[in-house]
Design a binder for this molecule. Structure first.
Ligand SMILES: [Cu+2]
Length: 302
């Protein structure tokens, strides 16, 4: 019989007020998986500026106080078979609970889905964006293949109905050989299939907290002309996911931005901020006539 490993993450709202009523911390129910992270809204786009927030390490319950935040927390739990092996399909289960431990089953559809799951290896070499489906019992499930051994972080991005958008970072470890380490490069173009993707920054010198515009320029690799066949992907002309390099990324290291209006056809701009000094990896996702491409670039912020 498979034992289950349960990982727990707590998502707090964007407008979380330090010292106010905060989530109940729930311990891992089983061996090994870490309980990780305070979560929040790290979505950005079209003018809503990035907001840093507090991620206190400990929580206390101040019963009866609300400070204007009616639903102040959700908890995401990841359920997986006891051992995940590299290159083996595995079904991931994700349950969302409120701060009282009651299951949350109503979610708004955001960018065409009830939940978005961004899977990265903790070294940020691997990236995948998948969409678990909710079953009758309310659990989100998705089959996934982890390509190599090592530690992974899964950013679950969802919006309980009537509540703020949440991000919960879930953790798991995969048995198998890890990917070979690679050097971080500051290359500014890459070819994916028949598409050349270039990244343009106002400057390579990025300051923490500065609002900058990142431009992705997509050309057809054969004709060397700007692509004209981009289609919406999950309701936008592109998505930009950014994760700050760390030993074990948390919700605070996750940013999801959407394009500025009126972009196109092959030139897409995102406005974002990098909150802290460090190295960040970003994945620009685009839909070229049905083919989804994810162009990845590193930036250094100091
Ligand atoms: Cu998604």
């Amino acid at each position: 019989m498979n034992r289950l490993i349960i990982a727990v993450a707590i998502a707090s709202s964007l407008f979380f007020i330090p010292g106010c009523s905060t989530p109940t911390t729930e311990a891992s129910l089983n061996e090994s998986s870490e309980a990780e992270g305070m979560g929040s809204d790290h979505h950005q786009g079209m003018g809503d500026g990035h907001q840093q927030q507090h991620h206190p390490d400990s929580h206390s319950e101040h019963s009866g106080e609300s400070h204007g935040e009616p639903q102040n927390a959700t908890l995401a739990k990841l359920t997986i078979p006891s051992a995940i092996a590299a290159n083996q399909p595995v079904v991931l289960g994700i349950d969302i609970q409120d701060s009282s431990g009651n299951p949350v089953s109503e979610f708004d559809i955001v960018h065409e889905k009830k939940i978005h799951l961004i899977v990265v290896s903790d070294d940020l070499q691997f990236f995948s964006h998948i969409h678990p489906i909710q079953n009758e019992a309310g659990q989100f499930q998705v089959e996934n293949i982890f390509p190599s051994g090592g530690n992974y972080t899964l950013f679950a991005d969802y919006k309980p109905t009537g509540d703020a958008q949440r991000v919960s970072a879930l953790k798991t470890t995969v048995v198998g050989n890890p990917l070979l380490p690679t050097e971080m490069t500051l290359t500014r173009s890459q070819t994916l299939g028949n598409t050349e993707v270039g990244l343009m920054l106002p400057s390579e010198e990025i300051t923490p907290g500065e609002t900058i515009t990142l431009a992705f320029h997509l050309e057809d690799a054969q004709t060397q002309t700007m692509v004209t066949d981009l289609q919406p992907y999950l309701g936008e002309l592109g998505h930009l996911v950014i994760v700050k390099q760390s030993d074990s990324p948390t919700e605070a290291d996750y940013i999801h931005a959407h394009p500025m209006p009126n972009d196109g056809p092959g030139h897409i701009e995102f406005m974002t901020q990098f909150p802290e000094p460090g190295n960040y990896k970003m994945w620009g996702e685009f839909n070229r006539n049905g083919e989804i491409i994810a162009a990845d670039f590193w930036v250094t912020v100091q």
